[in-house]
Structure formats: C-alpha cells, structure tokens
Design a protein around this ligand. Structure first.
Ligand SMILES: Cc1cc2nc3c(=O)[nH]c(=O)nc-3n(C[C@H](O)[C@H](O)[C@H](O)COP(=O)(O)OP(=O)(O)OC[C@H]3O[C@@H](n4cnc5c(N)ncnc54)[C@H](O)[C@@H]3O)c2cc1C
Length: 424
C-alpha cells in the first residue's frame, strides 16, 4: 500500500490530533486514489496562504494551489465537508447557466470534474454521467409491493419514466443527457481534493477563525483562531459558505450580507435493488394539495439521495447547531415512497439538513476574488445551488489570482462579474 506524506501543523495539540484522525480516516481512500502528483508542477515561492473553510470551495482552492506548488493551510472549525459540502446532492450540469455570467464557469468546471474523475478514479468520488428528467406526480396512499427490477438496473426507453418510478407519476421532458449532466459524491470529492493537497505539502488545521490580523495600512497579516495561536499569512481566503457574513464583525466597515443561507433537508435511502442512473427533478403534489419540488439522485453506490423542503430560519453560529426538522424529513421520505415502491421499501441511511450558501448580492452570483480595499484578503463564497459544480473552477480561478495576480482560465468579464468588491 502506497503511503502518502501527510503534513500538518504539529505545534498545536489539536492539529496533531487531526493528523491522526486524517490519516486513519482517509488513508485507505488516499492510498487507493490512483497516481497522485507527489511533485508540484511549479514551485511558486513562499507566499503563506490560509483558506478559512474546509468545504468544497476551500478544498478546491487548496487542491489547485498545491498543484502549482503552493503550500496552503486550510482552517476548518469542525471537519472536512461539515456543512453543505457533505450533504449536497452533487448534481452537475454543463449548460444550465447559459444565459448568465456563470456560463463559462459551468463549462470550465464541468470539464474539470471530468478530469478529476480520471485522476481520482470515478469509483472513489462517486462520479458518473447521468440521464436527467423532469417528472410530475401526485401523492398516492395505496400500498404497493416493491417492483421487481432485474439485478442490473433497468433503464427503460429514452423519454419514459424509469422502471423504478411506478407511482402516480408522469414523464414531462428530458432535461439532461449523459453528455451534459453528471453527478459526483460531494463529501468524497471534498476529501479527495484536500487529501491530494495534503499529500503535496498543504495542511489542515482544526480551529475556529475569529478575526483577522491586519497591519496599520490594512494589509492582512494572519488569522486569529479561538483558543489557539494566530496563524500568520500573506493572503487569507474566506470560504466559509453561509458563515462568510461573520467577516463583517472582523473588519469594521466591511459588509458581507446578513443571514446568507437557506436551510434544506435531505434523506439518503438504501433500496434493496439497484435503480438506474436517472436524476429526477420533480413537481409533486401531496394529498394536502401542497406542491413541492424534491430532487432524486440515484448514486453509483446504490443509494438514492432525495432533497428539498426548504425552511426559512436564521443561519446558526456553527454547522454543529443545524437541527433536522423530523416532519420535513418525513415529507421527503413520503414523497419518495409515493413515487416509487422500490424507494418505499428502502432503508433510511441518513436524514440531514444544512444551509445552502446564498449570494449576499441581489444579482445572485457568488463572490469570488480579491477584496480590493484590503490587500491580502480574498473571498470565495455564495455559490448557492451550484457550489459542487463550480467548486473546481473556483479553485482554479483563485489559484491563478493568488499566484499570478490575474485569472486566466475564464474570460475577464466572467471574473469581473464575480468580483467581491461589487458588494463590499
Ligand atoms: C440540499 C442541498 C443540495 C445541493 N445540491 C447541489 C448539487 O446537486 N450540485 C451543486 O453543484 N451544488 C449543490 N448544492 C450547493 C452546494 O452544496 C454548496 O454551494 C457548496 O457545498 C458550498 O460550499 P462551501 O465550501 O462554500 O460552503 P460549506 O460547505 O458551507 O463550507 C463552509 C465551511 O466553513 C467552515 N467554517 C465556517 N465558519 C468558520 C470559521 N469561523 N472558522 C473555520 N471554519 C469555518 C464550516 O464549518 C464549513 O465546513 C446543494 C446544497 C444543498 C443545501
């Protein structure tokens, strides 16, 4: 078994603890990830970069920076993928942002996901192309015995309901094919990206950022960490998802929105039989008359992810304080059971909730780039429902900005549209 070098901060007890945790939790997966680069492509000097937040965005930034030889510290208050990046669906679409400034970013990131699946091995990150359908239906209470599918999941004819959808449902239209839609397991991808960055000399520190160190001329000098020594840095990237607004209290005069998150629920079902690779976007009417839009993503590991049921509640102070509403989770299970007898008979593997990070700007676009007024401060946040799709492009973009001073992978108008200074 190939052993990867894992470099972590050892000067603090808690990160030493994380070293053991990281090694034991990820060693099997890391060592089976194929052909990782042990040598960086080009060593880019000694700029000290700290990324705050170990979600898909922070891990993608660390990955692409480390590909260029930079050694990054990712500061995370809980664990990798502790929030939305560990509970998202992982649906990817090439061309669903065509009429927006995110068009080029979607195209780039879709291609980067394909590259990452080849690098890590699709089976290690739950990547595969999928068929994507819009369907609609109504709740039925009739108890059906689970449909018998053959051992290999049946696909059914193109443009018809997949065989495992046997409730009172109607096919509406094909909205994505295997050349334009795909899926990835968000937590596995986040772990693979960070694991690779660590193998190239980057590190992860468990701790809660609570402020920024600045020089008299406002330049960023480092990050203050609760109950730990400060971490010194020449550049700091805020990738804290819906908690990015906390930065407003760290720097007087900086306003990064307020309550920039929307709570959602999801369940992971484990059917007894394999279901085909059809991602379903639904319009579903409960018996009560309420209409909802749950999304169903069968995964390559045989589980089926179902999400929906938003709830308007303030973002709590940490991911640990996000509480599941059992009645909303039950709604998702009932909807899935009504759509499919195979899902009605499935075991429930997980019931969870998390906060979608919203953009603090009325244009709804993420903030990705440098905060012009504060040298050394960068933001990569507010990716809304496309954070898993846009993670790799955000990582590549930020690596270019931090190491070259300009974004080369996207047209200038695209990076300008995402510039954080349009709001701060
Ligand atoms: C139900 C649901 C389904 C989704 N499905 C999809 C999908 O199919 N496809 C897609 O592209 N996107 C999807 N998304 C969106 C996607 O999940 C998010 O856009 C993405 O995960 C955001 O990543 P992030 O790294 O910005 O934030 P997060 O995942 O929220 O990570 C932020 C991290 O920062 C850490 N942090 C916060 N404050 C501090 C601090 N003070 N110090 C240190 N660390 C801190 C947190 O602990 C957390 O780990 C979905 C979202 C939801 C809610």
């Amino acid at each position: 078994m190939q052993l990867l070098k894992v470099r972590v901060h050892t000067s603090r007890g808690i990160s030493g603890h994380y070293k053991n945790h990281f090694e034991s939790r990820h060693q099997d997966r890391l060592s089976s990830i194929k052909a990782m680069d042990q040598e960086p492509i080009g060593v880019q000097g000694s700029k000290r970069i700290v990324v705050i937040g170990g979600g898909i965005i922070g891990s993608s930034i660390a990955y692409y920076l480390s590909e260029r030889g930079a050694k990054v510290t990712v500061l995370e208050r809980e664990c990798l993928a502790a929030a939305a990046s560990g509970r998202a669906g992982g649906f990817l679409a090439l061309d669903w942002n065509e009429s927006t400034p995110l068009r080029h970013m979607s195209h780039l990131s879709y291609r980067l996901h394909q590259e990452l699946s080849l690098k890590f091995g699709p089976e290690h990150i739950g990547y595969r192309p999928v068929h994507t359908y819009q369907v609609s239906g109504v709740e039925t209470s009739a108890v059906k015995s689970p449909l018998k599918l053959r051992h290999r999941a049946e696909r059914g004819p193109e443009g018809a309901l997949p065989p495992w959808v046997d409730g009172d449902m109607r096919f509406v239209e094909v909205i994505g094919s295997t050349s334009s839609t795909a899926q990835v397991h968000p937590r596995l991808l986040t772990e693979a990206l960070m694991g690779c960055a660590v193998s190239r000399g980057s590190s992860m520190l468990i701790g809660t950022a609570c402020g920024l160190l600045q020089s008299a001329d406002k330049r960023i000098m480092g990050v203050l960490v609760e109950d730990q020594d400060p971490v010194h840095a020449d550049a700091v990237v805020i990738a804290m998802g819906p908690w990015t607004s906390q930065v407003s209290s760290w720097i007087p005069g900086l306003q990064v929105g307020n309550n920039i998150g929307q709570k959602y629920h999801s369940v992971v079902l484990r059917p007894q039989q394999l279901v085909s690779e059809h991602c379903l976007f639904t319009s579903f009417k409960y018996a009560s008359g309420r209409i909802v839009q749950p999304e169903l993503y069968p995964r390559p590991d045989g589980s089926v992810y179902v999400c929906g049921e938003p709830q308007s509640l303030p973002v709590p102070s940490s991911p640990q304080e996000v509480r599941l509403d059992p009645s909303l989770s039950q709604n998702l299970r009932s909807a899935a059971a009504s759509m499919s007898s195979v899902l009605a008979a499935a075991d429930v593997e997980a019931e969870q909730s998390c906060y979608l990070p919203l953009s603090p700007v009325s244009d709804g676009l993420p903030m990705v780039g440098q905060v012009e007024e504060i040298p050394g401060l960068y933001v990569a946040s507010g990716h809304s429902c496309w954070g898993i799709l846009h993670g790799p492009a955000t990582g590549l973009m930020m690596s270019e900005l931090l190491l070259d001073g300009e974004v080369k992978c996207l047209p200038a108008e695209c990076s300008a549209a995402l510039c954080p200074s349009r709001t701060l």
